[in-house]
Write a protein that binds this ligand. Structure first.
Ligand code: NAP
Length: 283
């Protein structure tokens, strides 16, 4: 496994396992299979409703805590967010059955963002989250957060795949020491990604599959990636991307697939802001 070093010195695996949309009752088995396949970075969220199952799989794996990198996320909190955020963090930690997380992310750039961030800074200072970061922040919001707070987010987890490559975001993040992490690296198969002719041809040249080409492309861009699968064969395939290298020409052919547009939702869209902000979590 390769690692990246975050802006506070914490090491993070460059490839991990995401559990979005895995039903809680299937998650323990999926995470157990992923750990057996060699994944050490696990990405969950309060909003996924499966933190408890992730925690059970961690506990029964017997893998030393220090060998794992566990990320969870804070859902949108109303102002004043300080107390709510701390309660939400404690609830996540309790569900995971852990005494710290490696990375705590603000899931959406909505609600009392500044109150949330200051409470997250406090959690970090207490050593309960080794690193803190954000998710779904576009460059304008990210820069504003960086310029007006003490701690620069260690990570920004954003939609990133061959059809929405986020080159401008990537440059800004690099300039400010924020690690780019991809969600939806396969675009969840949208746009017929798994049958894309360019990706297939590149895969054939290396004896690798399309998903492996995509993950390799992300890793070579220095982007942390967290593919999701409930299928153990695919889990094994998705982590087997460290024994080949895409040429400059192959990288640039993939660059040409960029459409510059989200395949999921636009965080600037008022309808989306409304929908996500009203989606309150209940414990
Ligand atoms: P994804 O990883 O782009 O795609 C997952 C889909 O690809 C699943 O349908 C999976 O099916 C399929 N798949 C996986 N490996 C495959 C392979 N080798 N061959 C063919 N199909 C394969 O989608 P994602 O789950 O949305 O994103 C990954 C992670 O990012 C999430 O799990 C979550 O942790 C995180 N995320 C974060 C946010 C955020 O707002 N911060 C949003 C979305 C996701 P099977 O399971 O049937 O194999």
């Amino acid at each position: 496994m390769q690692y990246v070093t975050l802006n506070n010195g914490v090491k993070m695996p460059v490839l991990g396992f995401g559990v979005f949309q895995i039903p809680a009752e299937q998650t323990e088995q999926a995470v157990t299979d992923a750990l057996a396949a060699g994944y050490r970075l696990l990405d969950t969220a309060a909003a996924y409703g499966n933190e408890e199952a992730v925690g059970h799989a961690i506990k029964s794996s017997g893998i030393p805590r220090e060998a794992l990198f566990v990320t969870t996320k804070l859902w949108v909190q109303d102002a004043p967010a300080q107390d709510n955020t701390r309660r939400a963090f404690d609830a996540s930690l309790h569900k995971l059955g852990l005494d710290h997380v490696d990375l705590y992310l603000m899931h959406q750039p909505y609600g009392d963002v500044y109150g949330q961030w200051r409470a997250m800074e406090a959690v970090h200072r207490e050593g309960l989250a080794k690193a803190i970061g954000v998710s779904n922040f576009y460059p304008d919001r990210l820069l504003d957060l960086i310029l007006n707070n003490e701690i620069t987010p260690a990570v920004n987890q954003i939609e990133t795949h061959p059809f929405f490559q986020r080159a401008t975001d990537h440059v800004l993040m690099r300039e400010h020491g924020v690690q780019h992490e991809a969600w939806g690296g396969f675009a969840e198969g949208k746009n017929d990604l798994f049958a894309n002719p360019v990706l297939s041809e590149i895969g054939e040249a290396h004896g690798k599959s399309v998903p492996q080409v995509v993950l390799r492309w992300l890793v070579q861009r220095g982007i942390v990636t967290i593919p999701k699968s409930v299928n153990p064969d695919r889990m094994a395939q998705n982590i087997d991307v460290f024994d080949f290298e895409l040429s400059e020409h192959q990288m640039s052919r993939i660059t040409d697939l960029d459409t510059g547009t989200t395949l999921f939702f636009d965080h600037h869209d008022p309808a989306m802001v409304d929908w996500l902000s009203k989606r309150r979590l209940t414990d």
